[in-house]
Design a binder for this molecule. Structure first.
Ligand code: ITT
Ligand code: NA
Length: 215
């Protein structure tokens, strides 16, 4: 059993589709620090969620980055979705002729116990021509944080795509304006999105590690 602490049922649906273990959602809005890297936010969240529940947890912190906007909205993705809305984000990208974007996500696991050193996680879903570059980008924060506070294990995923005018009904958040290989995430089923998305890649790494550990 995996306890996924998140307010976002869309994330849980994707984890349920992907993971062999049953996934329980705990709808707890843990505090998020102001930091501009997802790994820091996710590690902090995993500790806070573990301390709140006292049982093993995962959290997921994700964000959309638009290349020409120097990574905006990044850690402010949720705020920007609320205040501006995804149509206006798409309009901005079009007005600036800057469609290139990426989704990044970090799944963080905490059970209060330290981790043994493990080899580099393997991305089991090799697909897409830009995967080699994505994997290099991902490798930098696939790690454990052990800085004196509770140890946290991190699994990062990245997917590169294009910002387009909204299309499709499925998914959540920015899915209708994020296009990969001709289809938006909102035009894909959960399984299809998981096969290429930031979250799917992070979950693949988590599942690979979790399946091999006795925790
Ligand atoms: P929790 O923090 O409670 O898990 P949240 O929705 O606030 O839920 P984030 O802080 O990670 O999650 O949100 C980042 C923003 O990015 C938010 O606006 C999401 O809707 C959006 N987002 C995250 N993953 C996404 C995905 O796979 N597809 C589309 N939008 C996504
Ligand atoms: Na959040």
């Amino acid at each position: 059993m995996v306890t996924f602490v998140t307010t976002n049922p869309g994330k849980v649906a994707e984890a349920r589709e992907y993971l062999a273990d049953p996934v329980e959602q705990v709808d707890f809005d843990y505090p998020e620090p102001q930091a501009d890297d997802l790994a820091t936010v996710a590690a902090y969240g995993a500790r806070a969620a573990y301390e709140h529940l006292g049982e093993p947890v995962i959290v997921d912190d994700s964000g959309l980055t638009i290349e020409a906007f120097d990574g905006f909205p990044g850690p402010f993705s949720s705020y920007v979705e609320d205040k501006l809305g995804i149509e206006r984000v798409a309009d901005l990208a079009r007005a600036e002729d800057s469609q290139r974007a990426a989704f990044r996500g970090v799944v963080a696991y905490c059970d209060g116990q330290p981790f043994e050193a493990t080899p580099e996680p393997v991305d089991t879903q090799r697909r897409g021509q830009d995967l080699a570059a994505d994997e290099r980008a991902s490798a930098t924060t696939d790690d454990q944080v052990d800085d004196g506070s509770l140890p946290v294990k991190l699994f990062e995923g990245v997917v590169r795509g294009q910002i387009v005018e909204p299309r499709g009904e499925d998914g959540f958040g920015y899915d209708p304006i994020f296009e990969y290989d001709g289809a938006t995430f909102a035009e894909m089923g959960t399984e299809e999105k998981n096969a290429i998305s930031h979250r799917g890649r992070a979950l693949a790494k988590f599942a690979d590690w979790y399946g091999q550990t006795d925790r």
